[in-house]
Design a protein around this ligand. Structure first.
Ligand SMILES: [Zn+2]
Length: 271
């Protein structure tokens, strides 16, 4: 699933191209993706100006004129393609926006778990209103995290995946961040000192900045706009590296399962 660096890369690319375009019309090819009344969705987005594209957690937010927003979650296999109107429809096209500049913005999704929500009140939007702060927010401090984790008897990796605690992390970056911080993913979140939490916060910002610089990690389904690939997969140190040698100490990287998700770690570097 695309995580913060992947979603931000897509947002940056859409933001370069879309603001200032008007949606002439919209076609919904897979109804389950657009939440709520489909006719209303098509009617409301028609002739709206796309003003801005932003990210919150793993959500993409399209700001439209007249104070409407389309809130998109890509889930597993969602991606955007921006093509001339003349492009032939493809098998996995699910939602198509015809734009005033003779382009079409296509939402393509093989498995169709992605969602589009149209709202006139972002504060009320399902999913968004539950999100914790962004990793770079000044609200994310070791002291605040320590307080928040006090009563949570969950492993630190599970805590990092909880979008209510910090918004945007997923399986790949949680493993990479904890390796960088030298923290074992199974350690109880509430047992970590403030000092250790500040190391994790520093590693989180460092790894996410680096991943953003390389436009995210394309190891499975994630694609940038127009099917371009990110390249951070070339810099991963533990994720997907089971049985390979740790770059720091040459011990074997191991893969464990936490909450039905894979976690990768170096048992020597991450005590
Ligand atoms: Zn190691």
């Amino acid at each position: 699933m695309p995580e913060l660096p992947e979603v931000q890369t897509i947002v940056n690319e859409l933001a370069e191209n879309l603001p200032g375009s008007t949606i002439s019309s919209c076609r919904i090819l897979r109804e389950s993706i657009v939440q709520g009344d489909q006719t209303r969705f098509r009617r409301i987005v028609k002739n709206k100006l796309i003003q801005k594209i932003e990210r919150r957690g793993k959500y993409i937010i399209f700001s439209l004129s007249s104070d409407f927003w389309i809130v998109v979650h890509l889930r597993m296999t969602g991606k955007f393609v921006l093509q001339p109107n003349s492009r032939q429809p493809q098998k996995h096209d699910r939602v198509v926006f015809y734009l005033s500049n003779h382009q079409k913005l296509i939402y393509s999704d093989v498995r169709c778990f992605g969602t589009f929500d149209l709202t006139d009140d972002l504060q009320e939007c399902r999913g968004l209103n539950q999100l914790g702060p962004d990793p770079w927010s000044e609200e994310v401090t070791a002291a605040r995290l320590k307080k928040e984790l006090t009563n949570r008897k969950i492993p630190i990796k599970t805590a990092l995946l909880d979008q209510k605690i910090i918004a945007g992390l997923g399986n790949i970056y949680a493993s990479e961040i904890l390796f960088d911080a030298g923290v074992n993913p199974i350690i109880a979140a509430n047992s970590l000192s403030e000092r250790k939490l500040s190391v994790i916060i520093r590693s989180m910002r460092k790894i996410l900045n680096l991943a953003l610089q390389y436009n995210g990690t394309s190891i499975s389904d994630y694609r940038r706009v127009d099917d371009k690939q990110g390249t951070f997969q070339n810099f991963l140190k533990v994720y997907g590296k089971a049985d390979q040698k740790c770059l720091n100490c040459s011990s074997q990287i191991v893969k464990i399962t936490q909450n039905q998700r894979s976690t990768f770690l170096c048992p020597t570097c991450q005590k």
